[in-house]
Design a binder for this molecule. Structure first.
Ligand SMILES: Cc1cc2nc3c(=O)[nH]c(=O)nc-3n(C[C@H](O)[C@H](O)[C@H](O)COP(=O)(O)OP(=O)(O)OC[C@H]3O[C@@H](n4cnc5c(N)ncnc54)[C@H](O)[C@@H]3O)c2cc1C
Length: 324
């Protein structure tokens, strides 16, 4: 019975992405438990260069594609299906990222295999594989076992150490010729986010505002505080959706992941989709007028009160302390 693990390597702008190394690290753990081998599949242009980075795999299967193409579920899923017919595997790991969105689910449907989405942890004690999946935006964690250990697993990015999937070893590379189906979705061009705005992922102090800021005019209260703390203002999705701040300032599932030294969250409820992007901040301080707001569960310090009153007081107090 085949016990190999197939990893679909993700790449962007010609480089393997971090999740690829996370997947390879997990694949090594799974392969050790099942006594199988790890094969990474690279689909794209210049596969030789990409394959050279994937030494944590026993074998790299290289499928050359047109240079302008970008990974899409439409073209990748039929390729993987054909590949698995030639090179069977017990488990297929895919990235749970925007780039690889939909690949795992569609492949599972085609193969009629079980599918674990949003996999955040893997346990392989005594050869028994347990996959922990995030449900309802992280409100529920479900431990799952796959019948015969067969299935597709989509790994949640940032959940596993990428170092475990790095290796200086030169992998065995095998070129695979597979017909690439012309898809109905055509990649035309990549639109880069506005690079002139401040990079919130590089800030040591962030003042985050949520719907509780009430109006665009009130943003100046957060900007004043961020200025005295030499930080920047970021926000939850509702504030961005209003167009009060650019998308580059959004923190959370569909925004940026930040890890500042200090994250001051004002008027944010602490929805799982927001917390996902800031939970690794070294120090979190929350201001909310609702004492039961979930943000207080993740904050180290909390102030229960009206941010419109508290922010100016904080700014003045810090100014006074700095002047002293
Ligand atoms: C697929 C998906 C992706 C998503 N991605 C993201 C994402 O990337 N980032 C994100 O943030 N959200 C995201 N969301 C939305 C998320 O579910 C929440 O709706 C959102 O985070 C709530 O924003 P909020 O906390 O600002 O607003 P609310 O939940 O409305 O909370 C406002 C808070 O402000 C408090 N408040 C009100 N007035 C004051 C005041 N004067 N002083 C002090 N406190 C006050 C209230 O008590 C309340 O707790 C996503 C949702 C989905 C479904």
């Amino acid at each position: 019975m085949n016990t190999d693990i197939l990893v679909l390597a993700e790449h962007f702008k010609g480089e393997a992405t971090e999740i690829t190394f996370e997947m390879l690290g997990v694949a090594r753990t799974l392969a050790a438990a099942l006594h199988g081998q790890v094969a990474a599949v690279v689909i794209g242009a210049d596969t030789a260069r990409l394959a050279a980075r994937l030494g944590a795999a026993d074998t790299v299967l290289a499928v050359e594609q047109a240079p302008a193409a970008m990974m899409s579920s439409e073209s990748t899923v039929p390729l993987l299906q054909q590949l698995l017919a030639r090179r069977p595997a017990r488990l297929v790991l895919v990235a749970g990222t925007n780039i690889c969105m939909g690949i795992g689910a569609k492949l599972a449907l085609r193969l009629q295999w079980p599918y674990v989405n949003f996999c955040k942890a893997v346990n392989a004690t005594d050869g028994v594989l347990t996959f922990t999946s995030l449900l309802f935006g992280g409100k529920i964690l479900a431990d799952l076992r796959l019948p015969d250990n067969r299935g597709i697993v989509s790994l949640y990015p940032g959940s596993f150490p990428p170092d475990a999937g790095q290796s200086e070893r030169a992998p065995t590379v095998e070129k695979i010729d597979l017909p690439v189906e012309a898809g109905r979705v055509v990649f035309k061009r990549l639109i880069e986010p506005d690079a002139t705005d401040v990079d919130i992922t590089k800030q040591e102090v962030l003042v985050a505002v949520g719907r509780g800021i009430e109006s665009q005019d009130n943003l100046s209260l957060a900007e004043d505080l961020a200025a005295v703390l030499q930080g920047a203002v970021c926000a939850s999705r509702p504030v961005i959706d209003q167009g009060w701040l650019p998308l580059t300032r959004q923190v959370g599932k569909s925004g940026m992941t930040v890890k500042p030294k200090c994250y001051l969250a004002a008027g944010l409820s602490g929805a799982p989709e927001h917390v996902e992007g800031m939970k690794n901040s070294a120090l979190t301080i929350a201001i909310n007028k609702d004492a039961a707001a979930p943000i207080f569960d993740v904050a180290h310090y909390g102030i229960c009160g009206d941010l419109l009153e508290i922010l100016p007081v904080l700014t003045e107090a810090i100014k006074a302390r700095k002047g002293a």
